[in-house]
Write a protein of this length. Structure first.
Length: 232
């Protein structure tokens, strides 16, 4: 039997460069032991040290923390994945004779090279924060504006603007009142031109009060014709 070998590249490879090649303002990908396999990293996203990503799309300005592992995940813009989080976690096939992965992964020398097992896509919407050490199972959708507490295990879909924690993760509370959530969903600020967000950064440094959103509405009036249609 052949020796166990590590075939996963652990350096800043050509594949990593290809993942960000389409963007004029490229993403920031750490030079230290990052793996990007069949990934697309959008404008100004940040991939930190020792991250392992396969078949993922990382939206603009999103952050992937150190030692995070992700498989078949779409991450929306302005989201953050904390250190040592696992997103798109696959089951270990409990119906099989063994819970080990050696029958599927040729690195262990028992079987020929073969593609990774198919898994449902995991969706992380815009402006989501997933805390350090969290686990999100494959196929789950996490809604816009949601916060997942550190160490949580997400086993089912989560709606917009929830705060969840625990094993399995449960809603602790909503981030905002219903009227604030409805206005944020209608504004869809994460689709605005980055230059406009930058020029109005003072409003993103305040609590999301009615007064803050009123001022955002006022300032976006001239920009509105060029923005994506608002959600009714």
């Amino acid at each position: 039997m052949s020796k166990t070998k590590n075939i996963w590249p652990r350096t800043f490879t050509i594949k990593n460069l290809m993942a960000i090649r389409h963007h004029r303002k490229v993403a920031a990908v750490s030079l230290n032991q990052v793996v990007l396999e069949k990934c697309n990293v959008e404008q100004n996203a940040l991939i930190s040290d020792h991250a392992l990503l396969r078949r993922c799309t990382i939206g603009k300005y999103s952050i992937i923390g150190r030692h995070a592992s992700m498989y078949f995940v779409n991450v929306g813009p302005y989201s953050g994945i904390g250190e040592k989080a696992m997103v798109g976690a696959l089951p270990h096939w409990p119906e099989s004779p063994t819970a080990h992965v050696f029958p599927l992964y040729h690195e262990f020398g028992f079987c020929d090279d073969r593609p990774w097992p198919e898994a449902p896509k995991t969706s992380i919407d815009a402006d989501v924060w997933i805390g350090a050490g969290s686990t999100v199972l494959a196929g789950v959708r996490i809604g816009t504006g949601t916060i997942v507490a550190a160490g949580a295990v997400v086993t089912k879909d989560i709606g917009d603007y929830e705060i969840v924690a625990g094993v399995p993760a449960r809603r602790i509370r909503m981030r905002f009142d219903d009227d604030i959530i409805e206005r944020l969903q209608r504004l869809r600020w994460w689709e605005w031109p980055p230059e406009f967000v930058r020029s109005n950064i003072d409003l993103f440094q305040r609590p999301a009060s009615v007064e803050t959103l009123d001022e955002l509405d006022r300032r976006t009036a001239s920009l509105r014709p060029s923005l994506p249609p608002q959600v009714p």
